[in-house]
Design a protein around this ligand. Structure first.
Ligand code: TMP
Length: 193
């Protein structure tokens, strides 16, 4: 079970209505194009691919909002922060971090971002790593640098090199605090506005 799924199960065990979401959602028409690109079956212009990743979030916006308004807590495995960091890491002239953030402005903003920090060398040792586009050490180093530029007041870094148990304790703590803060009912914030 993925860490995100385990967090959902934990929240549910505490009586919090929670759902797992993940991006890219590879099962929509746009998602299938993204999947084909990531697996190397097709090539595409970097800007166009970036906009596809963003469109893949926008096409889910209404469903996300409906779930949030119904009181669900959404645990989202990757979101716009990955979108901005990965494309910016490609260092394509003109596609700097601000350009990369722009298409996602106005999407629902997360209350907490949990960034699991792992050295690219350690990530490379995981099973299945290296099969997809972007799973290269140099690229991952630059992605990590771009992520550090995106850290905002919702951001929490957890050292993923710790034991699974310690990682989980910290992730749960962050989620508990975020859920508690939301129970006061703050207005939904929008991304990067
Ligand atoms: P995954 O491995 O979590 O399924 O993510 C798929 C890959 O797509 C991963 O290398 C990160 C990358 N990605 C982007 O380039 N832009 C995005 O907007 C998202 C969500 C992921």
């Amino acid at each position: 079970m993925s860490k995100s799924q385990r967090l959902v199960e934990y929240l549910k065990s505490k009586g919090v209505a929670a759902e797992l979401w993940r991006f890219p959602d590879r099962f929509t028409a746009i998602g299938r194009m993204i999947d084909s690109y990531l697996s190397g079956k097709t090539d595409a212009d970097d800007a166009a691919v970036h906009l596809l990743f963003s469109a893949n979030r926008w096409e889910k916006r209404e469903a996300m909002l409906a779930a949030l308004h119904a009181g669900q807590t959404l645990v989202v495995d990757r979101y716009a922060y990955s979108g901005a960091a990965f494309t910016a890491a490609k260092k394509v002239p003109g596609l700097d971090l601000e350009w990369c953030k722009a298409p996602d402005k106005g999407l629902p903003a997360p209350d907490a971002v949990i960034y699991l920090a792992m050295k690219p060398e350690a990530a490379a040792l995981r099973g299945g790593y290296g099969n997809e586009r972007y799973e290269k050490e140099e690229m991952q180093k630059e992605v990590a640098r771009q992520f550090s530029l995106l850290a905002d007041d919702t951001w929490h870094t957890v050292d993923a090199a710790q034991s699974i148990e310690d990682v989980e304790i910290q992730v749960r703590d962050i989620a508990d605090s975020a859920v508690a803060a939301c129970s006061e009912g703050p207005a939904l914030r929008l991304l990067w506005e």
